[in-house]
Design a protein around this ligand. Structure first.
Ligand SMILES: CC(C)(COP(=O)(O)OP(=O)(O)OC[C@H]1O[C@@H](n2cnc3c(N)ncnc32)[C@H](O)[C@@H]1OP(=O)(O)O)[C@@H](O)C(=O)NCCC(=O)NCCS
Length: 193
């Protein structure tokens, strides 16, 4: 038995777990994010990072839901077949060639293990696949941890939005990852970053 992680698109079955990570990470944001609505938004892309425990094993068990029988490879997890425990989520909206990161959060007890980096790298790849010229976001002026994470991925500070956050009127730092043409770090394949 070991622990591994995969990143995959978010689906409706993930919403309860994702909403709980969102509440833990952003307790003062009101109203809370409506992830069901986000999943129906054609402009949005959301990913989840999932912990897979007790990795693939060969099994003779008949799969009742999809009718696959005989030798099948499947992940066995304590959270139900193929669902897995969600550790992090991240998402963006794409508009006019710009991928705007809406949210990224890692469960608190799993932070500082490179998982925020991992899911953001995948998100950047997704943005590239959706023809984004750049990836941009707002981050609280006081959120030094997240600013360091974004900087480590090549994002640069582009300016400040005054009193951007409605809960405490805190300023936001705008950070952007630009394409090669601009002379900044490439919006290349995330694994190149
Ligand atoms: C910001 C967040 C997503 C980072 O996730 P993470 O999995 O801990 O990030 P990583 O382990 O990949 O860290 C990558 C780098 O970011 C920086 N960083 C992350 N957490 C940090 C911390 N607590 N203090 C200082 N630097 C930090 C470091 O440079 C780190 O590299 P290092 O560990 O080699 O020094 C996580 O702290 C979180 O969910 N916070 C609450 C939600 C949030 O603020 N989201 C961002 C909104 S814009």
């Amino acid at each position: 038995m070991n622990t591994d992680y995969i990143v995959r698109p978010m689906n409706r079955k993930d919403v309860t777990q994702v909403a709980s990570i969102d509440r833990e990470a952003f307790p003062t944001m009101w109203p809370p994010m409506n992830f069901y609505r986000e999943l129906e938004n054609q402009l949005a892309s959301y990913l989840v990072l999932v912990e897979k425990t007790a990795v693939i094993e060969q099994s003779d068990i008949e799969n009742e839901e999809d009718g696959i029988s005989g030798k099948v490879k499947r992940w066995l997890t304590p959270h139900g077949k193929d669902q897995g425990k969600i550790i992090a989520f991240a998402g963006f909206w794409i508009m006019a060639g710009e991928a705007h990161i809406i949210g990224v959060a890692v469960k608190s007890e799993y932070r500082r293990q490179g998982l925020g980096t991992l899911i953001l790298q995948e998100l950047i790849d997704q943005a590239k696949q959706r023809q984004a010229d750049c990836v941009t976001l707002e981050v609280r002026m006081s959120n030094y941890e997240a600013q360091r994470l974004y900087a480590s991925l090549g994002f640069v500070e582009m300016g400040v939005r005054r009193a951007y956050y409605t809960d405490n009127r805190e300023d936001a730092v705008i950070m952007t990852l630009k394409p090669v043409a601009s002379g900044n770090k490439a919006l290349g394949k995330a694994s190149d970053l």
